[in-house]
Design a protein around this ligand. Structure first.
Ligand code: TQI
Ligand code: CA
Ligand code: ZN
Ligand code: ZN
Length: 186
């Protein structure tokens, strides 16, 4: 089932219109426009099942609630990234708002074929040749998971849920367990 962080931290009841901005310390091959579209879609999925709205603003227009960015190696928050593979991204519990992507991963916003593709079963299906490392990782799927953390969800034991702690290939839709979890918190 779904879970929360210890003590169930959540965003204040007065904070439902959240703003976000991009601040990166590393570059990736993707265009920022593609990144924006993918991350925005992930935010939209969560806003459709909650009272939250997520609006991108520029950092110069004042304080933002959520800061999204790409970083590599030690980037100053005590949780250094580890190069290609393993840790893909991390996000902090409410009301911190930091969402960091490991810039050294093979990110994609339009996965095709292989385990990067949109096939139904992803890594959980009956695959004969299970790759050790994904060829490319779907930015939107990871964003959906990390935004779950940002708004207060821990990991779920439900296989196939967005908050299940294993990258299962492309998964861009919240499952009932994810929705139940966020509804139990807010
Ligand atoms: N990053 C871990 C994660 O997001 C970091 C992490 C571990 C974490 N424990 C946490 C973050 C507790 C917040 C709270 O789970 S990851 C997946 C998944 C990762 C993993 O790079 O391992 C996804 C990032 F679910 F596939 F395993 C995104 Cl979708
Ligand atoms: Ca990594
Ligand atoms: Zn970080
Ligand atoms: Zn997680």
């Amino acid at each position: 089932n779904y879970s929360f962080f210890p003590g169930s931290p959540k965003w204040d009841n007065t904070k439902r219109a959240l703003t976000y901005a991009y601040v990166s310390s590393a570059n990736v091959a993707l265009s920022m426009d593609d990144v924006r579209v993918a991350v925005q879609s992930a935010f939209k999925s969560w806003s459709q099942v909650t009272d939250f709205t997520f609006t991108e603003i520029g950092t110069e227009s004042g304080p933002v609630d959520i800061v999204v960015g790409f970083h590599s190696g030690d980037h100053g928050d005590g949780y250094p990234f580890d190069g290609p593979g393993q840790v893909l991204a991390h996000a902090f519990a409410p009301q911190d708002g930091r969402l960091h992507y490991d810039a050294e991963e093979q990110w994609t916003t339009s996965p095709t074929g292989q385990n990067g593709g949109l096939e139904k079963n992803g890594w959980f299906g009956r695959r004969r040749r299970r790759p050790r490392k994904p060829v490319s990782i779907d930015l939107q799927s990871v964003a959906l998971h990390e935004i779950g953390h940002l708004i207060g969800l821990g990991h779920s034991s439900v296989l196939g849920s967005i908050m299940f702690p294993a990258y299962g290939g492309v998964r861009r839709d919240l499952t009932q367990d994810d929705v139940d979890g966020i509804h139990a918190l807010y």
